[in-house]
Ligand binder design. Sequence first.
Ligand code: PLP
Length: 419
Amino acid sequence: MTTKKTFGFTSTILHSDRQKSIEHGSLHKPVHHSVAFGYSDVRDLAAVFQGKKSGYRYGRQGNPTVSALEEKVTRMEDGYSTLCFATGMAAIGALVQGLLRSGDHVISSSFLFGNTNSLWQTVEVQGMPVSFVDATDVANVERAITPATRLVFVETIANPRTQIADLQRIGELCAKHGILYVVDNTMTSPYLFRPKAVGASFVINALTKYIGGHGNALGGSLTDTGLFDWNRYPNIAETYKRFETKQWGMAQLRAKALRDFGASLGPEAAHHLAVGAETIALRVERQSASALALASMLAKDARVAAVYYPGLTQHPQHAIASQLFKAYGGLFSFELKAGLDCFDYINHLQLAIPSSNLGDTRTLIIPVAHTIYHEMGAERRASMGIAESLIRVSTGIEETEDLLQDFAQALDAVSPAKK
Ligand SMILES: *Cc1c(COP(=O)(O)O)cnc(C)c1O
């Protein structure tokens, strides 16, 4: 039998666990519930503690089911190494806990997931200033750099207004200055885009969203792409420098963030996320096709004031999206014309469910300013380009024709002219 060296995205993920032998030939990596791991020779336990042997010791620091998922994510991102966490936010928080020190400076895109925005506010009051910049232009990032800048953080497609960071050029800028470049890939997922291709040092994925894909388990991941030279990073403690340079960042993160803060992913959730990940390509293809069809339909409708979707040619970063992403993703947002009530519209939908999640198999919809961006206040919303009537949609895997019909009938239902 000839062995094929490289396989496609889905073949690779499906067979990722079998790269190592699985207990009893099980096709799924089993769910290991044990918190502790025992050794017949205590010297082996000591060697595991000292990092001289690989092995498990206590569930907070590692678990075989979680490790299998970490390897899967590493393959998806073509990375060097991955750590999983209980949630996507825990993965982002790990960067702060594991790699930043008081006085360090962070540059973040101002177009951000709401909770990440809130996290940066906390980081600021803890003594690490954060500069928010319009990251759709690398010049704004460059202007914000100081000698204390340790990390630049961007999202691929920002939620909910779909701005796309100047991904390639920010990567070049960070490489030049030896600054960590962190890309939150949640909205594109590794199926549509691998941030390593634009020089990312770390890739964040909220596994809760497209990777898990079914809204039945929370999880987050942090992937070291292997591109960053840890010799250039001042905050690595001596104890982690006993490993190969490539491992320094992850060794410190595993101890200082995962072990000490303890937001570990549970084995049951890891199993759900791993099973979900098998179908990511199929789901995201359908979700992207439906989002494009819906956004195009709404953009042509006189009752709709604005539609934000990278797949539309009028989107300011349509060219970058076309160049970098395999498709434009399952998330778009829109505003109805004045006089049409966004709550009425949403209540008339039969398939789309009012809910704050995204990346589910079901189509989910939410009025942004009144819910997920309520806490930040009108002023900050305005600075992020979020209108009070903005509606966000995350397409599911329902048939595209059903969604088109549903979104169209709800528009008719709220239009006074039709009554
Ligand atoms: C949801 C989300 C997160 C956080 O993930 P959780 O699993 O909900 O903590 C981070 N970034 C983006 C872009 C997200 O959409």
